[in-house]
Design a binder for this molecule. Structure first.
Ligand SMILES: [Zn+2]
Length: 259
């Protein structure tokens, strides 16, 4: 109990009220929630601001589909993340985020019915990749063209390297969004491609991830640019690969930078 009281003191020092204190205690009392029940509201608020900035970046860069559909998340701890409550993220607000755990249980806020279906699409990435701090799903048009064609996006554009993707973006076989089949497919493709930072969902769209939500957003932009350039290059004979061995060298240097 002494430890609980210490956490309560630090919670109050951060401006938490009694209701929040109760929330922290109840989080601790649930054995399955692991060691992250002590995440402060201040951390959540910072993360919410990052997710909003990531959504703004996608619109500012012009990589969104006409509908403006996307869902974005940011890791709040080993066992939980914040997730957009709506699939329409234009002018996203910080209060449009719910906190959910890796089992899909909503811990704070409420998800709209549309987004309740996609929790597992995000949680499978956080489960499989402990280093990932942000996940974004979009229907970015050029990337989605590759998903519709069941064609992995080749890695032939320099920005992909800079934003963490030094290999083709693989295709996950189609399954209804959020279904076991779709989620299992994502897990299998991530396992088979342990260093990919994105996957294309067949007949659907893109999932990209990074160390934080903004890193994931920058990768979405790099992927959409690369997909557009691939399609443009197809009209003049097709894009050419990097020199032999170049991608291996980049991956090795990325592994040294982020062991
Ligand atoms: Zn979608």
């Amino acid at each position: 109990m002494a430890q609980l009281f210490r956490h309560a003191e630090s919670w109050r020092a951060l401006g938490g009220n009694e209701r929040r204190y109760d929330y922290v205690i109840s989080g601790i009392s649930q054995p399955s929630t692991g060691g992250n029940a002590l995440t402060t509201q201040a951390q959540r608020s910072d993360l919410a601001a990052e997710v909003v900035a990531a959504a703004e970046h996608l619109f500012a860069a012009g990589v969104m589909s006409h509908a403006g559909h996307a869902n974005l998340s940011g890791r709040l701890g080993a066992d939980r993340f914040v997730l957009t409550t709506t699939g329409m993220v234009r002018d996203l607000r910080r209060d449009q985020l719910a906190t959910v755990d890796l089992l899909g249980r909503v811990l704070e806020g409420a998800l709209g019915p549309e987004n309740a279906e996609i929790v597992a699409m995000h949680s499978v990435v956080y489960k499989t990749r402990p280093e990932v701090g942000g996940v974004i799903h979009t229907h970015s048009p050029a990337a989605t063209a590759f998903a519709l064609a069941h064609r992995p996006l080749p890695c032939r554009a320099e920005p992909l390297l800079r934003f963490g993707q030094a290999e083709p973006v693989p295709i996950v076989p189609w399954g209804p969004r959020g279904s076991d089949r779709s989620v299992r497919g994502i897990a299998e493709v991530l396992e088979a491609n342990p260093t990919t930072a994105a996957v294309l969902l067949a007949n659907h769209g893109l999932v990209a991830f990074g160390t934080d939500p903004l890193a994931a957003a920058r990768l979405v932009v790099a992927i959409e640019e690369a997909a557009e350039a691939e399609l443009s290059a197809a009209a003049i004979g097709g894009a050419a690969d990097f020199p032999e061995g170049a991608l291996d060298a980049v991956r090795a240097s990325m592994a040294r930078a982020h062991p």
